[in-house]
Design a protein around this ligand. Structure first.
Ligand SMILES: [Zn+2]
Length: 204
């Protein structure tokens, strides 16, 4: 059976979150593997994203950019939907999936009504990030395994770097040890993805 390519009825509502600002909360129980939202917004170039958003001018990170390819980024702040309010967590119950260039948020496990939906933003880390930049991306998800930042784990070389940080698809399945960069951190038995895989993500 082909996977649904649109989300028929949004199974969550937006309200105040303990993680930060507003968040998305399940309005019914959600099965494992359900597509709960499509991440939509204006599709723009990285150049345009950098023009719109300058990290050095902001007190907090802007969280509405989603990196699709090395050229294209979705700006959820323009013509976006409620998916942009789904918060980051280091121990998420959803994940972002790239389906032919469209980004869907899918549940990683069964989710009970009332639970907050989260996924790992896996923000791309820029080579030029300073300690102050790191503070800008501090994570308050509250997970036991919280890595303290919504950036990708440090010391993972990226094939390209951008000034603006953006969410991107991240694999949640362990990868071959041979594919794992030597310096990458490991947590709870899950191998961290190589940079290429992190950017290429999970394609279906
Ligand atoms: Zn966290």
């Amino acid at each position: 059976m082909p996977r649904q390519r649109r989300v028929v009825a949004q199974p969550f509502e937006i309200r105040e979150s303990a993680i930060q600002g507003r968040g998305a909360f399940a309005t019914r129980s959600i099965r494992k593997g359900e597509r709960v939202a499509e991440y939509i917004g204006e599709r723009i170039s990285w150049k345009e994203a950098d023009r719109r958003y300058d990290d050095t001018q902001m007190k907090r990170h802007h969280t509405f950019l989603f990196s699709v390819t090395s050229r294209t980024v979705i700006d959820g702040a323009v013509r976006g939907n409620d998916s942009r309010f789904i918060n980051h967590s280091c121990a998420p119950n959803c994940e972002a999936v790239d389906d032919g260039g469209r980004i869907f948020i899918e549940s990683l496990r069964a989710i009970a009504e009332g639970e907050e939906l989260t996924y790992d933003y896996a923000f791309e880390r820029d080579d030029t990030h300073t300690a102050e930049d790191e503070a800008l991306y501090a994570c308050h998800c509250g997970a036991v395994a919280c890595r303290g930042t919504i950036l990708e784990p440090p010391k993972v070389p990226l094939p390209h770097s951008h000034h603006s940080a953006a969410r991107h698809v991240r694999r949640h399945k362990p990868v071959d040890a041979a594919d794992t960069p030597k310096n990458s951190r490991r947590s709870s038995g899950t191998a961290k993805r190589s940079a290429r895989q992190a950017v290429e993500g999970k394609r279906r």
